[in-house]
Design a protein around this ligand. Structure first.
Ligand code: UD1
Length: 432
């Protein structure tokens, strides 16, 4: 198992390009199942979650080729409509295969994804939505067995009780080739939904309003081959901006979509950072001491993203004053707090609320990545801490960040990835 070692307290300085969006590329790769022919998708980040998605596509019968950051998916010969339990468990978001496989094959057998490190993550909204589109399903022994009824997938009006990102994607995927028109009310508005719709529309789909609360999908007969470039990753961009801020540094992100990171820019300005936006550039300059952020509440887009909550919490641990963070999206997304305390942070939490009292500086610590974004918060804390930090269980980080140590090193961080010595690992285990 790899680990990350950081010698902290180095100001970051420089400019970087941000990877393609993980949360866009996953549903877009699934959408390629619906296409009659080959989809060529550019700007795919090299991440273990992308690998897991490709493995499932290949299992289903797609021919997948990768060259650098471009993935081509040939869906001509799909034969299977099931996803085995071991592949589903690799990644909670594989539930989005439900809409893609149903749209293509008319039936699907998937294992239920179950809870994960950040919460229970039920799929009731996904199931009730596809049922409204004319799908019969039964759940048994941890599997969902779905098949399209006699009339086929049929457009309808669906009102989501919560704007779930995954449920919105599943409805779009199941509706593009359905008979008639589907209207989704209270749809998720995340930029990744718009990116999925852009890809599908290039293939000949008729999706209107993606990015707004009401999305309309007029069913079409077939989708044809296209090329598409995935949008930049707003969560990775936000993470690197916070890396600049927490090290009192000066960094620029190039070729990003600034409006997508607006919800992160606003609290960073409150913390005293000077942020200039120009075209597809954003430059951040951090003050010698960050100020507290009065209140951060995670909300569906365009609110503050839950996927940046842990990173912003790392920043507030060294800000002057008391900050309050409320997690409204996932019920147990505070696992990183225990690890941040190891750095000497002062945080108390109850339920969905955390109160962070900023300290002058953090001290390097031995910590673990508790989950993907919690893991990136450990990197951020390590970058600003005095002394050495060691982060283990970094496979969580590799799910969503492409070579973060190389990017941060290019900005002046003293950070490296090391292979855990097999012998040391064994002897450490032996002493436990
Ligand atoms: C997606 C993102 C994830 C992000 C999240 C919220 C991907 C691959 N993942 O996850 O990074 O943190 O959006 O922005 O795009 N819920 C239900 N029932 C359902 C579906 C969801 O109760 O049927 C709940 C979830 O448990 C959670 C909340 O709704 O508490 C938000 O979930 P959702 O928007 O669906 O997130 P994901 O699509 O899983």
């Amino acid at each position: 198992m790899d680990k990350i070692i950081i010698n902290g307290s180095k100001r970051l300085n420089g400019e970087i390009t941000v990877q393609g969006a993980k949360n866009s590329v996953l549903p877009i790769l699934v959408a390629a199942l619906l296409v009659d022919g080959v989809s060529i998708i550019h700007n795919c980040p090299m991440l273990s979650d992308v690998d897991a998605t490709v493995t499932i596509l290949e299992y289903l019968g797609c021919k997948v080729e990768r060259e650098g950051h471009t993935i081509s998916v040939d869906s001509t010969d799909i034969k299977r409509y099931d996803v085995p339990d071991n592949l589903m468990r690799e990644m909670r978001s594989s539930i989005v295969f439900l809409g893609g496989i149903l749209g293509r094959m008319g039936k699907a057998v998937l294992s239920t994804p179950g809870g994960c490190e950040i919460g229970l993550r039920p799929i009731d909204l996904h199931l009730s939505s596809i049922e409204q589109l004319g799908v019969n399903f039964k759940t048994d022994g941890g599997f969902i067995d779905c098949s399209v009824g006699e009339k086929g997938l049929t457009g309808t009006k669906i009102t989501l009780s919560f704007p779930s990102v995954g449920a919105t994607e599943n409805i779009i995927l199941a509706a593009v080739l359905a008979h008639g028109t589907t209207v989704i009310n209270n749809a998720a508005r995340e930029p990744e939904i718009s990116d999925l719709a852009d890809f599908l529309n290039r293939c000949g789909a008729k999706i209107h309003g993606a990015g707004d609360s009401t999305v309309t999908v007029e069913g079409v007969k077939r989708l044809t081959s296209t090329e598409h470039t995935v949008i930049p990753d707003r969560i990775a961009a936000s993470t690197y901006m916070i890396a600049g801020a927490i090290t009192n540094g000066k960094i620029c992100l190039k070729d990003i979509i600034p409006s997508h990171i607006g919800p992160t820019i606003q609290p960073l300005r409150e913390a005293g950072c000077d942020i200039a936006v120009s075209g597809r550039w954003v430059c951040l300059s951090s003050p010698p001491r960050l100020k507290r952020i009065r209140m951060i509440r995670t909300m569906p887009y365009p609110g503050f993203p839950t996927d940046v909550q842990a990173q912003m919490m790392a920043l507030t641990t060294v800000a002057d004053g008391t900050s309050v963070i409320v997690e409204n999206i996932f019920e147990s997304r505070f696992k990183h707090i225990g690890e941040l305390l190891r750095f000497g942070a002062k945080i108390s939490a109850e339920g969905r609320m955390a109160v962070v009292e900023g300290v002058k500086h953090l001290n390097g610590a031995n910590v673990k990545a508790t989950d993907l974004r919690g893991g990136s918060a450990m990197i951020l804390a390590g970058l600003c801490a005095h002394g050495a930090t060691q982060i283990t269980e970094i496979h969580h980080i590799d799910r969503g960040y492409e070579e973060p140590e190389k990017i941060l090193e290019s900005l002046g961080a003293d950070i490296k990835r090391v292979k855990e010595d097999a012998k040391t690992e064994q002897s450490e285990r032996g002493t436990q």
